[in-house]
Design a binder for this molecule. Structure first.
Ligand SMILES: [Zn+2]
Length: 393
């Protein structure tokens, strides 16, 4: 299929999925613990195990109720009709209409890995990911060429993660997503702890994505009057000034979590051990990359790691970025200035639909204002060809 514009970062969030998806197809013994939609006085809500997650049809990865006035982008989504009619995320006709509005021909679909932060029972989580991977693969197959799903893989046990990744590849999924904030050990482990996953990724040519979410900026303490736990800051209707300070700090810095993952995966030696392995920093932005890879080279050498690592990296650390890495971004004006330096082959634009950090509606205008100065060939690589190549679309 011929593509002109591809979103390398779009989403299929858990909160929009059919409410009985996870309770069918599981052993009786576990059914009552699985994520499910139940009625409440305020409308349908998601529960898992005995916990309430939040509303059906929530914002972004989460389960807080969408509402006007929370951000200008959310207001634009309301005005463009996203919250009207059938659930656009899973309704093919509505979703295609939304894509066509911005001229987006196809999407890479990130799934519901953030469930890893919400579901405590490992068995429940493994079943949840398995069921999602089956469901999204069928969903994509029914509309060839439009959607390409990434497998959600559990990260409590590398062997189990590798098996699910391989199974995802057999289902026709095109990559795998790891939710780093729920991993049991850091990505930079050099003892081979994570190797089963990197090896399975290399063997199946399924790139591993590290998508932002759940990263740690210190949160204000619980509100002494309401006793609200700090995690609810984003969902609050009337945040305090301190909580607004948290939101103002968290939102611009969230994407920089990718800098840790970029350096970690290179320092782990995985890129040397598995030269076919490819990684993607999902929604991590781009402008910070030249600084970080230069700094990585400098410190690798300065701290004698080139002599102390056993075996040493065979390339300069930054060279692995250009050989095996990629990042996605939505609205990053630095790309228009430094695409060459960051890596024309390593940049993939994404709309982040239907998330409020995204650029739907308004994608075309953002592409023009941030990258309109780039040579046509470079722009086409970044907004289409790199994703088509990486995901074998
Ligand atoms: Zn995203």
């Amino acid at each position: 299929m011929k593509y002109a514009l591809v979103s390398a970062d779009s989403h299929m969030d858990m909160s929009w999925l059919p409410g009985n998806l996870f309770t069918d197809n599981v052993p009786d013994a576990i059914r009552q613990k699985m994520p499910r939609v139940v009625d409440s006085p305020n409308g349908p809500i998601w529960k898992t195990e005995e916990k309430v997650l939040g509303v059906y049809g929530g914002l972004g990865f989460g389960f807080s109720k969408p509402r006007m006035g929370k951000s200008r982008q959310i207001d634009k989504m309301y005005e463009a009709g996203y919250y009207k009619g059938p659930p656009h995320a899973i309704n093919k006709e509505a979703r295609l209409t939304d894509m066509a509005m911005e001229g987006i021909d196809a999407e890479i679909l990130y799934g519901m890995t953030s469930a890893g932060n919400r579901i405590d029972d490992k068995q429940v989580l493994a079943h949840t990911y398995r069921i999602y991977n089956d469901w999204v693969s069928n969903w994509c197959k029914a509309s060839p060429g439009k959607w390409f799903g990434l497998a959600c893989i559990p990260v409590q046990d590398p062997e189990e993660g590798a098996n699910e990744l391989t199974r995802g590849s057999e289902l026709g999924l095109r990559g795998a997503d790891i939710f780093v904030s729920s991993t049991v050990k850091p990505i930079y482990m050099r003892d081979g702890f994570w190797d089963p996953i990197w090896k399975a990724s290399a063997d199946t040519h399924m790139p591993i994505s590290f998508h932002i979410g759940g990263g740690g900026i210190q949160v204000p303490g619980p509100n002494p009057e309401s006793g609200d736990p700090p995690k609810s800051v984003h969902a609050k209707i009337n945040p305090t000034q301190n909580e607004l300070g948290y939101i103002g700090t968290h939102l611009p810095l969230e994407q920089l979590a990718g800098s840790e993952w970029l350096v970690s995966i290179i320092m782990s030696g995985a890129c040397d051990r598995y030269p076919e392995f490819q990684f993607v920093l999902g929604e991590c932005g781009a402008g910070w990359i030249p600084f970080v890879i230069e700094r990585m080279d400098l410190k690798y050498n300065d701290a004698y790691l080139d002599q102390k690592f056993s075996p040493p990296l065979s390339l300069k650390p930054s060279e692995y970025w250009y050989r095996q890495g990629a990042t996605t971004f939505q609205n990053d004006p630095t790309v228009g200035h430094f695409a060459d330096y960051i890596g024309e082959n390593n940049l993939m634009w994404g709309s982040d639909y239907p998330h409020p950090d995204g650029v739907w509606p308004g994608a075309r205008a953002v592409i023009k204002s941030t990258m309109g100065n780039l040579p046509e060939k470079a722009l086409k690589k970044i907004t289409c060809d790199n994703a088509v190549r990486l995901y074998k679309m």
